[in-house]
Design a binder for this molecule. Structure first.
Ligand code: ZN
Ligand code: ZN
Length: 254
């Protein structure tokens, strides 16, 4: 049977050669993007805000000493003004037309085959976070939305990252008790109102997986205003989480 499966897979590879995760042209590596698509993606790198990960090189107004890597403690204006509830956020990509395209296909077009590619980007941008993490938690979908979409894209990424890092993941600790409206087009305060109280913790499960004192890595697709990440971090911390890092595929930069 195993042999049959192997033969089957070799056969499939011959019929279906690896394709670019972006445009779909044939490439020589699986789970990769072609050079053109790669060039279109804007990966976020240091220097960035030590807390929320806001990239400084894109922000002309940020008064950061010239060119030095600020893996120290430089904070962006927003974090200086009001520290988020989460401790740290990192994103692989700037949210723009290109990254939005990947995320839309991943979320709505049944392109779950993009999981390894996106997970690898998340893994790289979470450098320094994985070796201290106790549990990976995906931002949940409300069950009605889960029924429509059939899978939680953040759950797929969490499972994949768990395999890559050896850090356990749990898709049931954090639940969404209220189906929030789509946050697209809402401003910061409306977003905050919309997601406030939308999340809850399964205390039995949290107890079993040792959430008390744990360092949690929260996985989501996009960081916009941070309202969702903050709402999740709040309930996780109320239930004992010591530290919450947020890792997203992309983040809005404005
Ligand atoms: Zn391509
Ligand atoms: Zn910041």
């Amino acid at each position: 049977m195993a042999l049959l499966r192997t033969v089957g897979r070799i056969g499939m590879d011959a019929i279906l050669p690896p394709r670019c995760g972006g445009c779909g042209i044939i490439t020589d590596t699986t789970h990769a993007v072609c050079a053109d698509c790669w060039a279109g993606l804007r990966f976020i790198s240091a220097p960035h805000c030590a807390c929320c990960g806001y990239p400084f090189e894109l922000d002309d107004s940020a008064n950061i000493p010239g060119g030095e890597a600020v893996d120290g403690q430089a904070l962006c204006g927003n974090c200086l003004q009001k520290k988020p509830v989460f401790d740290r956020a990192r994103a692989a990509l700037v949210y723009d037309d290109h990254s939005r395209d990947y995320l839309l296909r991943f979320k709505h077009a049944d392109r779950t085959d993009l999981t390894p590619l996106l997970a690898r980007w998340l893994f790289q941008c979470g450098h320094g976070i994985w070796d201290q993490a106790d549990v990976i938690v995906p931002v949940p979908l409300h069950r009605r939305r889960l029924l429509n979409r059939r899978y939680n894209q953040s759950g797929l990424l969490a499972a994949s990252l768990s395999r890559m890092t050896g850090v356990p993941w749990d898709g049931l600790i954090l639940g969404r008790k209220r189906n929030t409206r789509s946050l697209g087009g809402l401003g910061p305060s409306s977003r905050k109102r919309e997601v406030g109280g939308a999340f809850s913790i399964d205390e039995d499960r949290a107890g079993r997986c040792g959430l008390d004192g744990a360092r949690v890595v929260l996985i989501d697709d996009v960081l916009t205003t941070g309202a969702t990440a903050n709402a999740c971090a709040r309930v996780l911390k109320q239930s004992g989480a010591m530290h919450v890092s947020v890792i997203t595929v992309a983040r809005v930069v404005r």
